[in-house]
Design a binder for this molecule. Structure first.
Ligand SMILES: Cc1cc2nc3c(=O)[nH]c(=O)nc-3n(C[C@H](O)[C@H](O)[C@H](O)COP(=O)(O)O)c2cc1C
Length: 314
């Protein structure tokens, strides 16, 4: 939608060029009655789409074809003089700085968050899931593609089927693997780092036979499975989804919910078409992340140490 200002108020510097990847280049306009020529919009623009020739000039659109509609120009303008067609009325909101948590609060929630695999029977309200998705959609994305889409699975028979299809896939993988798959992990034991080799094959056998016996070691009887998917032809989709997952995880924690990353399910979705087909995943899309969600049955009382950060300062 093109934002229309009264023509006399607008100094239009518009160039419509060749279409961007998925839509036509956006329109950016400046309200010269409001603009103070501070130049922040041009300075903050990551793609040098906007320029300000000198301190006495209004900003201009110099390279609309490289605009990724990140909205930095709109968000940074102190006098609301920048109008970008991707950000119509109602899509720009003043930041409430007093609501932003302190560094101690951020670090405490990051440390307090653990994978929750024991869920209470309390039903999860739709509004809670919506808020978790709201946090996820604000994660950064490569070239501001906002590629991540979501599927919320709550139907119990569907959840059960997903766990079973995952178990079937995992069994197929280990039966085709010539050697036992092993994995080396490092664990902190009494302050010392210990190297541990895990036999993934036997772990998978334990998980899959439990599922066959009605014990859900894949979805852990989570009442909600939140899947993150995207068109695989878009760039950075995996990284985009991972960042969305982490936002969702922290929001879930903040709302008293528990979550765990459903790596087995994501792996099965990647290696086999059964679950994507069951969920009618759009053509060309892949699942890049998954979270089991629900109200936790138990609460962790302590946070435990992690490996010290291995850092090289150069
Ligand atoms: C890529 C990835 C895949 C994972 N897959 C599973 C999984 O399939 N099932 C599970 O219960 N936990 C899974 N987890 C959770 C990890 O086991 C967990 O994050 C790790 O042990 C650290 O514990 P914490 O999350 O409580 O801090 C996965 C985590 C990641 C990042």
């Amino acid at each position: 939608m093109v934002i229309c200002l009264a023509q006399k108020k607008c100094r239009l510097t518009i160039r419509r060029k060749k279409p961007m990847t998925n839509n036509i280049a956006p329109l950016i306009k400046f309200d010269t009655d409001l603009c103070t020529k501070c130049g922040i919009c041009a300075e903050v623009c990551p793609g040098r789409v906007l320029v300000q020739k000198d301190r006495d000039s209004f900003p201009e659109v110099a390279a609309i074809e490289v605009c990724v509609s990140c909205g930095h120009c709109v968000a940074a303008c102190p006098v609301s003089a920048v109008h970008h067609e991707a950000y119509a009325d109602g899509s720009v909101t003043p930041i409430q700085r007093q609501l932003i948590p302190s560094e101690e609060q951020i670090l405490e929630i990051i440390r307090a968050r653990r994978s929750i695999r024991l869920f209470s029977h309390r039903p999860v309200e739709k509004t809670v899931i919506e808020k978790i998705i709201e946090a996820a959609r604000f994660a950064p994305t490569g070239s501001n593609s906002q590629s991540t889409e979501f599927i919320v699975v709550q139907e119990r028979t569907l959840l059960r089927k997903i766990a079973e299809l995952t178990a079937d896939y995992m069994l197929r993988v280990i039966s085709q693997s010539p050697n036992p798959v092993t994995r080396t992990v490092y664990r902190m034991v009494a302050g010392q780092v210990k190297k541990v080799v895990i036999d993934v094959t036997s772990r998978i056998r334990t998980v899959t036979s439990a599922v066959k016996n009605g014990q859900d070691l894949i979805l852990r009887d989570a009442p909600v499975l939140l899947l993150f998917h995207a068109d695989e032809t878009t760039g950075s989709v995996q990284a985009n989804a991972n960042l969305a997952v982490q936002n969702a995880t922290l929001m879930a924690e903040a709302m008293g919910m528990g979550s765990f990353y459903t790596g087995f399910v994501v792996g099965a979705c990647d290696g086999d078409t059964s679950i994507p087909t069951l969920l009618s995943l759009p053509e060309g899309h892949k699942i890049y992340g998954g979270l089991g969600l629900g109200y936790p049955k138990i609460r962790f009382e302590n946070w435990v140490e992690r490996l010290p950060a291995r850092v090289r300062w150069l």
